[in-house]
Ligand binder design. Structure first.
Ligand code: HEC
Length: 145
């Protein structure tokens, strides 16, 4: 009987301590979180400033104008035109280009931009601008005369 009473007392005592400790801890954690929040709010403007600096410098670094015909050819056109694959006029083979060149450069540009039979639109360089594609045509034609 005494043991049970002691146990009950102990349990009550323990739970009191636990509750007390928990609520105390919770209070502390909450305060910590609030302090952290307040701190990060104070720090935020500094973080935003450095982030804005990074963002504003990024376009300047990558916005360096359009790619050259050489670049576009090597990245997008060479796959087919380098080896003359699937009936593509081969780079550096004047006999395969002469008849096409005779059609006029505007026709060639249109073929490169919009596609022409086996030639896919934009030569599959979907992010190439018209000017970049024209430069690539010029590069191929100049190298195949
Ligand atoms: C998937 C293969 C492939 C790729 C990639 C490709 N071409 Fe072609 N291209 C062809 C084929 C095939 C032809 C021949 C079409 C025909 O005459 O039937 C051709 C023809 C052409 C012609 C001649 C069109 C005409 O009117 O006679 C030009 C110019 C041309 N390509 C430019 C390019 C440029 C520029 C690129 C890269 C941006 C490119 N091609 C990428 C397959 C390709």
């Amino acid at each position: 009987m005494n043991n049970l009473k002691f146990l009950a007392l102990c349990t009550a005592f323990l739970s009191l301590i636990t509750l007390g400790a928990c609520s105390g801890e919770n209070g502390e954690v909450k305060l910590g979180l609030e302090q952290e929040k307040a701190m990060s709010e104070r720090l935020a403007p500094a973080g935003e400033v450095s982030l804005a600096g990074e963002v504003s410098s990024a376009p300047a670094a990558s916005g360096g104008g359009s790619r050259s015909g050489d670049d576009v050819y090597n990245k997008s056109c060479k796959t087919c035109h380098g080896a003359g694959m699937a009936g593509a006029p081969k780079f550096g083979a004047p006999d395969q280009w002469a008849a096409r060149i005779d059609k006029g450069m505007d026709t060639m540009y249109t073929s490169a931009i919009s596609g022409f039979q086996g030639m896919p639109p934009k030569g599959l360089c979907m992010d190439c601008s018209d000017d970049e594609l024209k430069a690539a045509v010029d590069y191929m034609v100049d190298g195949s005369k």
